[in-house]
Design a protein around this ligand. Structure first.
Ligand SMILES: [Fe+2]
Length: 274
């Protein structure tokens, strides 16, 4: 059974996504200074969640793929002093991430064992494309590692959402080969959660395959938000946010969205392009 529980031996995680830092610390994305909103989110994580066991940063860590932005991100995460596991989004430069992000606290991993849970990090980035795709290599890795650890509750994370969110323009830039991904998930009942970013909005829905039932989670950006359920691009006035997850040893989990105070950051609601 999947859902809330109060059993002990749990692990807590904060997911921060779509941070969109620039080389220039003062630069804004659609009206929001991304460095300032990221720092405000870190402060809120500290205020509301600590102690936590880990942080997951699920892509679009920078907007411009600059060395300066990755270096600043690493410094912020080192100062925060909680293990942070990062993956790439469509705005990221993967070679620069690999060379400038890892540190004592910042990690780029394929998997993470946390208590009884196993977290799998996949790369859904297609170079020079906004949409996502899981390559044959990624899918083989997924299948092999799921076969090797059939008894561990598993959370799979990558940047692009793997199910339609009900917003035509976002659904056209999500994971392109969703069917291949879900065919694999159907064979591995230990998969409990698929966790994504990219869509700058909250989403929480159970996806049913013929033999499995998986909770699909998408999380607000630490900067600008996109209006859910809109067929075209539209900025949302909701404040920046992040997701809290608590993973229990029996494979259940609790999760909730946290946001900054309403009005703490003002997007340019008239902006028409992303
Ligand atoms: Fe993205």
């Amino acid at each position: 059974m999947k859902g809330k529980t109060n059993c002990g031996n749990s692990f807590s995680i904060a997911q921060l996504t779509d941070i969109h830092l620039f080389e220039d610390i003062n630069k804004s994305l659609l009206g929001i200074q991304t460095e300032a909103s990221f720092q405000a989110v870190l402060t809120e994580v500290k205020r509301s969640l600590l102690p936590i066991d880990a942080m997951l940063l699920t892509g679009d860590l920078t907007q411009d793929g600059s060395i300066a932005s990755y270096t600043r991100l690493r410094q912020s995460l080192d100062d925060f002093a909680i293990p942070a596991y990062c993956l790439a989004g469509n705005h990221d430069d993967i070679p620069l991430m690999q060379s400038h992000l890892p540190s004592e606290y910042v990690h780029l991993r394929r998997s993470l064992d946390i208590g009884k849970w196993r977290i799998l990090f996949l790369n859904s980035v297609v170079v020079d494309a906004v949409y996502g795709y899981l390559s044959g290599e990624e899918l083989s890795y997924l299948e092999n590692t799921l076969n090797a650890y059939p008894d561990r509750p598993t959370l799979i994370t990558f940047h692009h959402p793997a199910v339609p969110l009900g917003s035509q323009w976002i659904d056209s830039i999500c994971l392109e080969n969703q069917e291949e991904f879900w065919e694999i998930c159907d064979r591995h009942p230990q998969i409990e959660v698929v966790l994504n970013g990219h869509a700058h909005q909250a989403f929480d829905q159970i996806y049913e395959t013929p033999h499995n039932s998986v909770r699909c989670l998408v999380t607000p950006s630490t900067c600008i938000q996109f209006e859910p359920q809109n067929y075209k691009f539209q900025i949302d006035s909701q404040p920046p946010g992040f997701r809290y997850l608590r993973l229990y040893a029996d494979g259940t989990l609790e999760t909730e969205i946290h946001r900054l105070k309403i009005g703490s950051f003002h997007p340019d609601l008239a902006a028409v392009g992303y």
